[in-house]
Write a protein that binds this ligand. Sequence first.
Ligand code: GTP
Ligand code: MG
Length: 341
Amino acid sequence: MNRGFSLSSSSFAIPAADNVTSSSVFGSAASAFQASSSGINGASKPENETAPPPQFTFEASSLLENEWRSTEWSEEVREALVKTVRSFKPPSETVTEARVLLLGPVGAGKSSFISSVQSVFSGRVLNRAMVGSSSSTSFTKKLRSYTIRGAGEDTDEPTALVLCDVMGVGEGEGTGLTLHDALSVIKGHAPEGHQFSPEQPIGAETVGFIRTPSTNDKVHCVVFVIDGSKVGSYAKSFGATFQQLREHISNLGVHQVALLTHVDQVCNATRSDITQVYKSRAIQQAMEKAGQLLGMATSYIVPVKNYCSELDLDENTDVLLLKAVDHILQYVNLFFQDDSD
Ligand SMILES: Nc1nc2c(ncn2[C@@H]2O[C@H](COP(=O)(O)OP(=O)(O)OP(=O)(O)O)[C@@H](O)[C@H]2O)c(=O)[nH]1
Ligand SMILES: [Mg+2]
């Protein structure tokens, strides 16, 4: 009987890589894994537990003369991107949907991104994945997979994109998603609706545990979600945590990208006009900081502004969100290309 992976009370064994090849896309491996089942951060206390975290100060708030990534902002671009996502099919004979998992600190905007993407496709702002307020404990407690659906002529027609929402990674011990559970979800062992609990790691005893996941059950791309307004003040331990996670995820052959959210709170000019996003020095610096935190080149990271207080969609906000989805789908494709090699 396949019992998945073994656990002990003092430490847990990381599930084997399920015979998938390690991806060469990612940089050097992070430090050796040393985690406990108490939390994704491991047993050690956050380094800055006694001292308040340093505030993120940007060197400059001015705008660059030219965009550092050229972007077209128009209704045509928006429509073209919608079409691309709607017509997306995973390049695989057996898999019909791309499963994309959002991982990141509590309150970073994971659920908001899912709701925002669904809003774009629904033609109105809605809260599909339940969004919390910024706090120290994760608002999302269960694994929920959301198939993004079209609207208009193709009313409710599902796209092949499934965005998976999980509990956020906490700063302290015993709070938030554990490394073990994150990897279990990525490997396809976790049942839909599973309620995360650091005391009850996902294993053979978990109700609905998927013993032999198919490629359909597995996650095909992981998206790290980082709050741009907090990127400089996250606990130092987050950096080590994310880099450990990335190492394990890379060993599973799953590509990773990142979203920098809350860009409206990083730069005032961008708050009033989202098309300034690639001219903002502050956002450029926040993206670099996010890259350092994740051990990831900036080319994997895209900025987004989620819908949060708005009641109406905005064409340019849609373009930025759709560009992020398009970026993610490129790395989904790489998973299937690697798989068929
Ligand atoms: N200004 C602004 N607020 C945002 C943005 N994205 C999310 N928020 C707000 O940030 C808060 C947390 O958002 P969530 O989507 O619940 O974050 P989460 O990552 O799902 O959090 P947990 O489920 O608790 O781990 C909410 O109040 C959102 O409205 C953004 O791009 N800009
Ligand atoms: Mg959430």
